[in-house]
Design a protein around this ligand. Sequence first.
Ligand SMILES: Nc1ncnc2c1ncn2[C@@H]1O[C@H](COP(=O)(O)OP(=O)(O)O)[C@@H](O)[C@H]1O
Ligand SMILES: [Mg+2]
Length: 316
Amino acid sequence: MRDLNHLDVNTLTRPRIWAIGGGKGGVGKSVITANMAIRLAQMGKRCVAMDVDLGGANLHTVIGMPSPDYTLTDFIRKKVDNLRDVMTPTPVPNLWIISGSKALMDMANPKYTQKEKMIRHLSLLDVDHVLLDLGSGSGFNILDFFLIAQEGILVILPEPTSVENAYHFIKAAFYRKLKRATKKSGVAEAVDRAMEEKVARGIQSPRTLIRNVLEINPEAGLALQKEASRFRPSIIVNQIRRLDERDLGKDISIACHDYFGIDVKFLGSIDEDDCVRQAIKLKKPVMDAFPGCPFSQSIQSIVNNLFIGQEAWFGT
Ligand SMILES: Nc1ncnc2c1ncn2[C@@H]1O[C@H](COP(=O)(O)OP(=O)(O)O)[C@@H](O)[C@H]1O
Ligand SMILES: [Mg+2]
């Protein structure tokens, strides 16, 4: 793989859109999004961090700046002509922030197509990466952004409840993804037929569902298989306290493969590190206040892992 620091970004398909979501509030989505974006910016990549967290829009705080004056609403209401105009510079060179949560709130119940349009606008920005801080839970908005973005990253805590939520999230996102394939002719009927005979056919997972649909209607099965193969979420396990918790991400990835037939990429673990709280108190990003701390080192390694297996995108 080529050294990321020397990539000719102009040859890339830009920008890459990453969505960071899942979990409860407080698992670390915002600090991870902010610091990953800062790391990418430090590597010379032009980045936008966008807050789409309806419950607690605090991305600006963990970046160490006040809430932006302009929000996505100003673009949607045509107060400004260009999405570029709602990109607020941050104290970090190469990093901008867009405040998007109010716009989502204003839209109340945005349709899938509206969310797609929002992502299309973002993909026209002249930057290398857009990182979306999605907020908590597995509501439709979160699932949709997770799926529409090129890459979805789930943050998990090493606790049984959080792990259970993660399985639920991955399964819900996967079924929502498959649902888009059912818009093709014959697919919905084949899925319905398979599900009517669910017990007799032994359908217990998305994997066995696809296998059965392939038997019923090969064309429909292939459409499902194609959609399924495009679902490759990643996970990060945050706030690790014990050594054995470091294996959790790998275990989840193996379980998802075996039970759901879904390839989940484990990006890495992050230790619980008091520097995170200290940096927030100092109103500075962790990567800036404590660049050598365990948290910052884990972020660096996770950012490197983001690109493993993405050589095709880099044209190597
Ligand atoms: N690796 C970590 N070590 C120590 N504290 C952390 C870590 N990650 C997150 N935190 C703490 O959790 C709080 C919530 O993080 P935040 O990113 O706002 O969560 P979310 O966006 O998921 O709601 C932070 O203010 C910080 O105090
Ligand atoms: Mg948050």
